[in-house]
Design a protein around this ligand. Structure first.
Ligand code: PLP
Length: 398
């Protein structure tokens, strides 16, 4: 005979209580990698927890399904109003990568595709045969070249990001849209890094479509959206499935994630207040010999790309990580390895393309974070300068 002892258990706390009241983890101590993912905003945390308590598939016709659908449609309306589209013209996706891929699949078919030289891999991979639009030394797209490319052979789909993920450089997207319009072409805007940081409105930009992502504006990962101008909003799906999203994207929508996405978008806004902190971090790095990439043109206020001549980006990232500061190299593969940045390479920065780190301040960055970064950076730069033979060090590259 077995005697099974059961321990008296504490009554279970409701899950929502656990999620809402759990103190937000602060690891690592200094997180300056917001362009990889922003910390979850408190309002998003609450919205997710509340929506998790609603069981129901938004496609089901019963009351539970309708309750889930209500949450999702409220989120759609809020996001649509925030980013300048009609709710019916917003397609939920799994994130920014899928929104970019869906735009290129749906709007690029049968057209020549032209993409900026500094576009994210999400765009580059979805348009492998695309014509590349060059950028100048600051990373700004050359719109004269765009006009002559479109003059050769319209119509085209042009993909131009609003803000670059590595340098923060802001592209003249509204001007590009006017040129596209003149040549009967469409513009798709990857606004993944811009949304929630600078004014981002599809109608004001005059684009045909725009991609945004929840986790880049302080919402949870797992949702994004493709916004469409009304004239092109009846697109063919990339994933067909059960006909969700008006037949434009199959698959059951993650209602709680979408609720968090909308709540984060509502509280996100102007990252301009981070500029003094970003500038302080930049001054500290420049004092140690760093070069700011793309620093002479309008940029996102939270982002800087800092190259340390002669020192590999990976070495810098590891050294700062060991000091408790999280930053990233310009371009990290999913394997975790660091590749030379195609963005900085396209800007003509030569070897600096393998020697730059990206510092991107999250919405909750503090002066203490920046001071900790500055101290860790100068310790790292001094140590690496001692370890790197003079002959291998360069000051600036042509
Ligand atoms: N576009 C840009 C400019 C990005 O920075 C990223 C992610 O870093 C993406 C697209 C992809 O977004 P997601 O991570 O939501 O798939």
């Amino acid at each position: 005979m077995y005697i099974v002892r059961t321990r008296a258990r504490e009554p279970r706390r409701p899950r929502a209580h656990y999620i809402v009241h759990m103190p937000p983890a602060r690891f690592p101590p200094v997180y300056l990698d917001a362009n990889a993912t922003e910390p979850l905003r408190p309002d998003a945390r609450v919205a997710i927890a509340e929506a998790f308590d609603v069981t129901g598939n938004p496609s089901s016709v019963h009351g539970a399904g309708r309750a889930a659908r209500r949450i999702m449609e409220d989120a759609r309306e809020a996001l649509a109003a925030r980013f300048g589209v009609r709710p019916a013209d917003l397609v939920f996706t799994s994130g920014g990568t899928e929104a970019d891929a869906l735009a290129i699949h749906a709007l690029g078919g049968g057209r020549r595709v032209i993409i900026g030289a500094t576009e994210h891999e999400a765009v580059r991979a979805a348009a492998p045969g695309a014509t590349i639009l060059p950028v100048d030394r600051n990373g700004t797209a050359d719109l004269d070249v765009l006009a002559s490319l479109l003059g050769e052979r319209p119509p085209a789909l042009v993909c131009l990001m609003l803000a670059n993920n590595e340098t923060g450089v802001i592209q003249p997207v509204a001007d590009a849209a006017r040129i596209c319009d003149r040549y009967g072409s469409w513009l798709h805007v990857d606004a993944v890094q811009a949304a929630g940081r600078i004014a981002t409105d599809l109608k004001m930009l005059g684009a045909a479509s725009m991609a945004i992502s929840s986790h880049k504006l302080g919402g949870p990962a797992g949702a994004g959206a493709l916004m469409l101008a009304s004239e092109v909003s009846s697109i063919a799906p990339l994933i067909a499935g059960g006909g969700q999203e008006r037949g434009r994207r199959g698959g059951t929508q993650p209602v709680a994630v979408i609720a968090g996405f909308a709540a984060a978008a509502e509280t996100s806004g102007d990252a301009g207040t981070l500029a003094p902190l970003r500038d302080r971090a930049e001054r500290a790095a420049v004092a140690c010999g760093a070069v700011v990439c793309g620093g002479e043109v309008p940029r996102l206020a939270n982002t800087t790309s800092l190259a340390l001549p002669g020192v590999r980006a990976e070495t810098q990232v590891i050294a700062l990580d060991l000091a408790g500061v999280a930053v990233s190299a310009g371009a990290a593969c999913s394997s975790g390895k660091v590749a030379r940045s195609h963005v900085l390479h396209a800007m003509g920065l030569g070897p600096l393309a393998g020697e730059a780190i990206r510092v991107s301040l999250p919405w909750n960055a503090t002066a203490a974070d920046v001071d900790a970064f500055a101290a860790a950076y100068s310790r790292m730069a001094l140590r690496l300068a001692r370890e790197t033979p003079d002959a291998d060090r360069r000051t600036l590259v042509d």
